[in-house]
Design a protein around this ligand. Structure first.
Ligand code: GLA
Length: 544
């Protein structure tokens, strides 16, 4: 037991700085998680076919998914994206489908997919127009919700193109107003639709993330999932599909603190038939999204999807991880220029380890057990979730990975070794820099994967690096440093939905800057928002 952990056992747990030593139990949720207890799985046409959608496509896709094993594996949603509607609303103000594209009509299509065992989803936009230029829902929210319900729709992706601030509101406030209004409208329905919110995506591309964080703070209160960042590369798009996957993957690592059962961060579609991807890259895409408990929405031409792609997309063990009832998002235990190591707990008490080689060469990776929050003195049984093979792990896991490949292991833990200490990098989610503790100094540096950048957060909010087992992150109110662990308030930190790490003694926040590292807590200030290892319970859920 480390010095830090000995101290922790003596202290009364602070309700405001709780970190679990057991697999994380999620904090009570704001909305009823039963509306969507696990992330959605299914099909959406957008990335693959964009506006080239019609009835035949959805019928053939549903038929293919019902026969090739995807439906049975859990992909039970057929979702339409943009361009399904007429250019104009009808005389009574309701939306109408394009009768050339959908000759039998959307109610008929809904019944068809439902008869096969799918749910049926649709796309609209919160503003004046959809991104494709079709009628938006602004001012028509009630009638559109009723229309969708009457067509048998049970899932709404609400995009955010063509939203302009009104009535003196800022743009961020206007989005909050519109998505909040939709939330109220949906909440009054007999059977509320699943609500996928695209609002954060419209704030993710500026260098100042304050508005983006602010939008992320409210989306979990209004809907079941949110598209937080840029679009994944469409089939005909210019550029590297792998780079696009990595961009969205990295965005997802910035927002782990928001996810809980009933609300999921959405890094956008799986694109398994994109011609620019190798098999290792396609498998990585799926394995990473599964490890995140992210929505698994496939955008591909499924009737022609090769069996090698269907095979990994239906990997039962990885789907079980994705659908795990804790819905914990895997977080970064370690990150360097070539390899990311992610970890999370699962409802059965086991620990997941996901290793991504994002470098350009084959790599052999050694992962000491303490990096995963586990005990170096225990033995664990590890199952490789790709092939089901088992191995016994003592002290470290070693894995050799092709470029852009991902390994996923499930480590079962015996009762006496069940304790998990939240462990991993602490990084500024705007700059990407890692909190680094060297001897007594603390700084923010590019993430290099060393033990001075891997931190344990114990159950009393005490934080220290793996490189210095008896040293703790400490502030004197003016600066932060590593000092011998004493358990005093100046060594205890709370973590909130805002991403702030607030020192209980000084009542100030960890701050990335050249000197000092502590400052008066601001509001979603770029230099004060951090990603922490999973399992650290949020002190204040739903602060805003
Ligand atoms: C935006 C969304 C995409 C898709 C298109 C449709 O770009 O982010 O996912 O819905 O609009 O026009």
């Amino acid at each position: 037991m480390s010095c830090r952990m000995k101290l922790a056992t003596k202290w009364t747990l602070l309700a405001t700085a709780m970190a679990s030593t057991m697999p994380a139990q999620k904090v009570a949720t704001i909305e009823n998680p039963a509306r969507l207890p696990t992330p959605p799985m299914g099909f959406n046409n957008w990335s693959r076919l964009m506006c080239d959608l019609n009835e035949t496509l959805f019928v053939k896709t549903a038929d293919a998914m019902a026969s090739n094993g995807l439906l049975e594996a859990g992909y039970n949603r057929i979702n339409l994206d943009d361009c399904w509607m007429n250019d104009q609303r009808t005389e009574n103000g309701s939306l109408a489908w394009n009768t050339t594209k959908f000759p039998h009509g959307l109610p008929w299509l809904g019944q068809y997919v439902k008869s096969k065992g799918f749910n049926f989803g649709i796309y609209e936009d919160a503003g004046n127009l959809t991104c494709g230029g079709y009628p938006g829902s602004l001012g028509h929210e009630e009638i559109d919700a009723q229309t969708f319900a009457s067509w048998g729709i049970d899932y709404l992706k609400l995009d955010g193109c063509h939203v302009d601030p009104r009535h003196g509101r800022t743009l961020q406030e206007e989005y909050k107003y519109l998505y909040g209004h939709w939330h109220d409208v949906l909440g009054k329905m007999e059977r509320p639709l699943i609500f996928s919110e695209s609002a954060p995506a419209y704030f993710s591309t500026t260098s100042n993330f304050t508005d983006w964080y602010t939008v992320m703070d409210w989306v979990p209160q209004y809907g079941e999932l949110a598209r937080h960042s840029v679009d994944i590369l469409v089939y005909m798009g210019a550029g590297s599909a792998w780079d696009s996957i990595m961009t969205n993957y990295r965005f997802n690592t910035l927002v782990a603190r928001y996810q809980r059962p009933g609300y999921y961060n959405d890094p956008d579609f799986l694109i398994p038939d994109h011609p620019g991807l190798t098999l290792d890259e396609r498998r990585s895409h799926f394995a990473l999204w599964a490890s995140f408990s992210a929505p698994l929405l496939i955008s591909a031409y499924i009737p022609d999807l090769p069996s090698e792609d269907v095979a990994y997309l239906t990997n039962e063990a990885l789907i079980a991880v994705n659908q795990d009832s804790l819905a914990e998002q895997a977080t970064l235990a370690s990150r360097d220029s070539k390899v990311d190591i992610l970890t999370r707990s699962l409802a059965d008490g086991s620990r997941l380890v996901t290793v991504l080689n994002h470098g350009n060469e084959t790599s052999e990776i050694n992962i000491p057990l303490d990096v995963l929050g586990l005990s170096s003195h225990c033995t664990y049984q590890a199952r490789d979730l790709w092939d089901g093979s088992e191995q016994t792990i003592k002290r470290r896991i070693t894995v050799k990975l092709n470029t852009h490949a991902t390994a996923v292991y499930k480590l079962s833990v015996s009762r006496e070794c069940a304790a998990v200490i939240p462990t991993g990098i602490i990084f500024n989610t705007a700059s990407g820099n890692c909190l680094t503790g060297n001897t007594s100094t603390v700084s923010f540096e590019p993430c290099q994967g060393g033990r001075s950048q891997i931190w344990q957060v114990d159950s009393s909010g005490v934080i220290g690096p793996l490189s210095e087992r008896s040293q703790c992150l400490t502030t004197n109110g003016e600066s932060v440093s590593l000092q011998a662990c004493t358990g005093s308030h100046v060594q205890k930190w709370s973590y909130a939905i805002s991403g702030n790490l607030r020192n209980l003694g000084a009542d100030k926040c960890l701050t990335e800057r050249e000197t000092g590292g502590i400052g008066v807590c601001g509001f979603e200030a770029n230099h004060q928002v951090f990603g922490l290892p999973g399992g650290v319970q949020l002190a204040v859920l739903n602060k805003y």
